[in-house]
Design a protein around this ligand. Structure first.
Ligand SMILES: N[C@@H](CCC(=O)N[C@@H](CS)C(=O)NCC(=O)O)C(=O)O
Length: 219
């Protein structure tokens, strides 16, 4: 039975997993989680009551959480691109950067986006200000840490880059990376040029009009 991914092309965490799948040209069936397919959504909600996408189904076995899905793919559907290094110490660095991108870039970005979905009288300006401050700190830390070439953890593209790509892509839309952080801006540009992530971004283009704060006219 082929792998199935319950996902939406415009979702940042789905793009993280799609990037990993495309890196290895892993065959899978994309099952769209959208308003037009209530059956797929009901299946998703039954599998994962937390209702956060994506969910991978591997021969009937559901796998949740994007980082774990990518680890699962490396264990059971390995391809030529090893997204988690074999060396355990190098793997720790990759996992730390993956956590960094999810917790300190993706989470505040989602907070800013999510605030636009709230009713006017339930907005959270204080929480949004905190999210913006966290993004500033995260951007600065990444800019200091990244090399001017290559990827987050070194010369190889890894899980950390799968996480960084959609996180920085959308974070820059809602809170632009300052021009003085040239290393980080260069890294975001390299991620956008990586064919695996570029494909995920292209597939999501038709959904840009639904970006809650309004999508800018650029990648
Ligand atoms: N920790 C989860 C986060 C997944 C997540 O937040 N997914 C978002 C889409 S990018 C979602 O399903 N949001 C739906 C909602 O918040 O109701 C992962 O790594 O997979």
């Amino acid at each position: 039975m082929p792998l199935e991914l319950l996902a939406h092309p415009f979702s940042s965490y789905c793009q993280k997993v799609l990037t990993a799948l495309y890196e290895n040209a892993t065959p899978f069936t994309f099952r769209l989680l959208g308003p037009d397919d209530p059956d797929t959504f009901a299946e998703f909600a039954a599998i994962w009551p937390i209702r956060r996408m994506p969910v991978l189904i591997d021969n009937g076995r559901p796998v949740v959480e994007s980082s774990v899905i990518i680890e699962h793919l490396g264990l059971y559907h390995a391809g030529p691109m090893r997204l988690i290094p074999a060396d355990p110490d190098a793997a720790l660095v990759v996992r730390m950067l993956d956590r960094f991108c999810d917790n300190y870039v993706m989470t505040p970005m989602q907070k800013i986006v999510g605030d636009h979905l709230r009713p006017e009288d339930a907005r959270d300006p204080h929480g949004v200000a905190e999210a913006r401050a966290l993004l500033e700190t995260a951007y600065s830390w990444l800019d200091d840490r990244l090399a001017p070439e290559g990827w987050a953890a070194g010369p190889e593209f890894t899980l950390a880059d799968c996480a960084a790509a959609p996180a920085l892509f959308y974070a820059d839309w809602v809170h632009p990376v300052p021009v003085e952080l040239a290393t980080l801006r260069g890294y975001r540009a390299r991620l956008l040029a990586r064919p695996s992530f570029a494909r995920a971004v292209d597939e999501a283009r038709p959904y840009r009009p639904i970006f809650p704060p309004g999508a800018p006219d650029r990648d």
